[in-house]
Design a protein around this ligand. Sequence first.
Ligand code: FES
Length: 56
Amino acid sequence: MLVCICNGIREKDFRTAVREGASSPCSAYARIGHRAKCGQCTSFARSLIESERATA
Ligand code: FES
């Protein structure tokens, strides 16, 4: 599943960035080598961060 369509960021890669310390969508995207563009993915990205933290 894609988290960010603009950058083609996959959920697997996003979750890895969060586990490695990213605490916001922007910091996770930066770890993957991208940055937010349209911003429509940020709400979903934040929910994934909360989900990842809950399972940590
Ligand atoms: S969908 Fe992520 S910046 Fe557009």
